[in-house]
Design a protein around this ligand. Structure first.
Ligand SMILES: [Zn+2]
Length: 430
């Protein structure tokens, strides 16, 4: 069945109808031709008083309509009207005669009027009828031929993250503050995923601007070229999630480690998606000192594998340098050096070669690891236990790497533990 001419009613339109002392009134609707929807733009709240409906700027499609169409809203006198609406909706093409509609709703076409859009509200609808698929709001297209049921989209009292209330530990995560170091392709994907999990505050840290060549892999689009990655990402998340707690810091954590120390003193976790040796080492060190966990995410070997590393400040697990020293002894590639053209310079990074969606996949998995770590450690959520500390993820593995990077399959994820601190480590043994 093709659904056409749906009627859209915003929360403000509903509020205006609800606040009216009348049982019926006129409506003004606009039609959006490209999307075939009617949108309520004006409500008569008392006899002869018509008020403009507020539709927020972001709702481009709902504001795009033009023309002026007559409508009526009524408080339905009985539930029979909405029961018939539900029955007619199950039989596409069916309609009620104008006389029957007049009898049930009291509404008919005035002389000279060809068509009327009617929105009926049944405040007294029983639980049983509601469970049977009868709806509180019903839409109608009334013509000389009859009243055809229309599908109606009514803005609910709450939408967005609040919909997760009771289904996901939203209030716990709302109180969490995560520092995201590196807002490139992996970091922007991780930040979006963290916001989507309902993490309340994000400190977005990156010294770079968004350039043309970033567009293919970044979550931001061409509108943000030239802007600071951190600031543009904060704005994008604020727009997407309707929260004012995403903060941008145009900071290089290597040159300005003090800023990172200050930010981590209030943070519950650091997620590092910056590439290169230096920032990852700084994050490992600063997070350990701040006694908070760090999640480090990157891709290695030209995008062949992804790596997610969880560093927890406990005597059981060492820092990044302790892990790498241990891996070197076992003959694994040096993951940090692999990200640089010239090991040790700390500046010339390898051009990013991974596929855009592989990077988003690693970013989302890093966010999952971060949120799971907080939910398990802070709130004892046993469903959020990770398998271990170090994940290696197959993206396009050639099967030619030494353990632990010796994967043979795409989308394979292998978790391993990490070694205890080395006795001589200054990060682990201050
Ligand atoms: Zn260490």
């Amino acid at each position: 069945m093709t659904i056409k001419d749906d009627i859209f009613v915003s929360a403000d339109a509903l509020a205006k109808i609800a606040a009216s002392n009348e049982l019926h009134g006129k409506l003004v609707l606009r039609y959006v031709t490209s999307d075939e929807i009617f949108v309520v733009h004006g409500v008569e709240t008392s006899r002869g008083v018509r008020r403009q409906v507020d539709i927020p700027r972001e709702y481009h499609a709902l504001r795009a309509g033009n023309g002026s169409y007559d409508g009526r809203w009524i408080e339905s006198p009985s539930s029979a009207l909405h029961v018939v609406h539900a029955e007619l909706r199950r039989r596409p093409g069916s309609m009620m005669t104008p006389a029957d509609f007049k009898e049930l709703s009291g509404v008919r076409l005035d002389a000279g009027m060809k068509t009327l859009i009617v929105i009926t509200h049944d405040a007294g609808l029983s639980e049983d009828l509601r469970a049977g698929g009868v709806e509180t709001y019903a839409g109608w297209h009334l013509t000389r031929d009859g009243a055809r049921p229309a599908s109606i989209a009514v803005e609910p009292a709450t939408h967005g993250l609040k919909q997760l209330e009771g289904l996901w530990p939203l209030s716990e995560l709302s109180a969490m503050n995560i520092a995201v170091v590196g807002c490139g392709s992996i970091g922007s994907a991780a930040a979006e995923a963290l916001a989507g999990y309902g993490v309340g505050s994000l400190q977005l840290i990156d010294p770079d601007r968004l350039l043309w060549h970033n567009l293919v892999r970044h979550s931001l689009d061409r509108r943000s070229v030239g802007r600071s990655k951190a600031a543009a990402l904060a704005d994008s998340l604020t727009q997407r999630w309707q929260r004012e707690s995403y903060f941008a810091h145009d900071v290089d954590v290597v040159r300005e480690a003090g800023v990172l120390r200050a930010l981590t003193s209030d943070a519950d976790l650091v997620l590092c998606a910056a590439d290169g040796v230096a920032p990852r080492r700084v994050v490992s060190h600063v997070a350990r000192r701040a006694k908070i966990p760090a999640i480090l995410a990157c891709v290695l070997d030209g995008g062949a594998i992804g790596e997610i590393l969880r560093l927890r400040p406990t005597p059981r697990f060492g820092c990044l340098l302790c892990l790498r020293a241990n891996m070197q002894e076992r003959g694994a590639i040096d993951a940090e050096a692999d990200q640089e053209l010239d090991y040790g310079t700390g500046t010339a990074h390898l051009p990013m070669t991974a596929a855009p969606s592989d990077l988003k996949y690693i970013g989302a998995l890093a966010a999952k690891a971060a949120v799971a770590t907080l939910l398990e450690s802070r709130f004892g959520d046993a469903t959020q236990r990770l398998p271990s500390e170090h994940a290696v993820i197959g993206l396009r593995p050639a099967g030619d790497l030494h353990a632990p990077f010796d994967l043979n399959h795409a989308a394979d994820v292998v978790w391993r533990s990490i070694p205890a601190p080395r006795p001589e480590c200054v990060t682990c043994n201050p």
